[in-house]
Design a protein around this ligand. Structure first.
Ligand code: AHM
Ligand code: MG
Length: 340
């Protein structure tokens, strides 16, 4: 039997097609997602050259051989996202893990209808050793009038996200996004510089075979978290234990678990009672992706998507991935100590 070749579809064409599901759409949202894919292409190009810039071209005291400033890649990525998203006028507020305060964009040319929060280069400490890093983004609708923007325009819960996704700069670069109609993945063809649809309608298994956590933090976990991880490892309810995979790059760990089934955990520790990961830049956007694929994300007591941020950089414990596994963790964490 001959298989019909799949139609090639770029991420831009896919986003445009999705727009047709909303006949009244102005095109601003489509433009915004396209700008995100443009920024991702630029960052991808630069991430691929990371070793060259530092090790081969040789940087001395912050300048390279051409006498240009060598910018840290996370600062570079931040700049690229600000530039790509901030010039068309469809975004009014941008928040970034790299910036203490939100950035209010010039909206004279557009509607300023959207608020975007991103982590431009998550896991950037991995770049030096050629390990995958990623970008995470979340898109909300502005709530107040443009000339009366308030905290609540930025500090919205994940349940109000209109789109979210990530880019993984790995053995290939992939962009994965959801705008509420499934989760779709696109792989970059470096020859033509396009993201092509490679993973349509991603769904994640209800329970997985992988757990991902930094067990080096175990001495600082609560006894309850320690017990949860022990059971994941040795088996629970009569079943076998899971296998461990931890890259230390949230996007890469999340992406693998999304496709294969599994859970990622960043529990609170003695020194970090709210964990490490940021609600708006990391946890909420990935929670939207996880849920749109059939998974779930929790802070240990309830859905990440329901948490209203207190500030842009608020941190939360994170348990995310296969729905059945995350629900099991929630149940375990809710038990009284003497039931463990
Ligand atoms: P970053 O945003 O400063 O890069 O930190 C987030 C990263 C995640 O990508 C990763 O999962 C986690 O920090 C690793 O932390 P740890 O070294 O404590 O395991
Ligand atoms: Mg980060």
């Amino acid at each position: 039997m001959t298989r019909r070749p799949r139609n090639l579809q770029t991420v831009e064409a896919h986003i445009f097609e999705m727009q047709r599901l909303h006949p009244s759409a102005s095109g601003d949202f489509t433009g915004l997602l396209n700008d995100i894919s443009l920024a991702a292409k630029i960052v991808s190009q630069e991430v691929n050259k990371a070793g060259l810039a530092e090790d081969i071209l040789g940087s001395t005291g912050g300048t390279n051989v051409q006498g240009e400033d060598v910018q840290k890649l996370d600062e570079f990525a931040n700049h690229v996202f600000l530039k790509c998203l901030g010039t068309r006028g469809q975004v009014s507020i941008m928040g970034s893990e790299e910036m203490e305060h939100p950035f209010f964009a010039d909206t004279r040319e557009g509607s300023g209808r959207y608020v975007v929060v991103f982590d431009p280069l998550d896991g950037s400490s991995n770049i030096d050793v050629n390990v995958s890093v990623g970008t995470i983004f979340g898109v909300w609708r502005r709530r107040s009038a443009l000339d009366h923007l308030q905290d609540e325009d930025l500090l919205q819960p994940g349940s109000a996200l209109v789109a979210a996704g990530y880019v993984i700069y790995g053995s290939s670069t992939m962009m994965v996004y959801t705008a509420g109609h499934g989760v779709h993945g696109f792989t970059m063809d470096p020859g033509i510089g396009e993201f092509l649809l490679s993973h349509e309608n991603i769904t994640t298994p209800f329970s997985g075979t992988i757990y991902s956590v930094n067990e080096g933090h175990e001495p600082r976990w609560s006894p309850r978290v320690r017990e949860v991880v022990r059971r994941l490892k040795y088996g629970r309810d009569g079943g076998g234990g899971l296998t461990a995979r931890y890259i230390g790059s949230l996007v890469a760990d999340f992406h693998r678990n999304l496709l294969k089934g599994g859970i990622y955990l960043y529990p609170p520790t003695d020194g970090k009672p709210d964990g490490k990961l940021r609600l708006m830049c990391e946890a909420a956007p990935l929670a939207m992706v996880a849920e749109a694929a059939g998974g779930y994300a929790s802070d240990g007591s309830g859905p990440i998507l329901e948490i209203v941020p207190e500030d842009l950089h608020m941190r939360v414990p994170l348990y995310i991935g296969s729905r059945g596994d995350v629900l099991w963790i929630e149940k375990m964490l809710a038990q009284p100590d003497d039931h463990l």
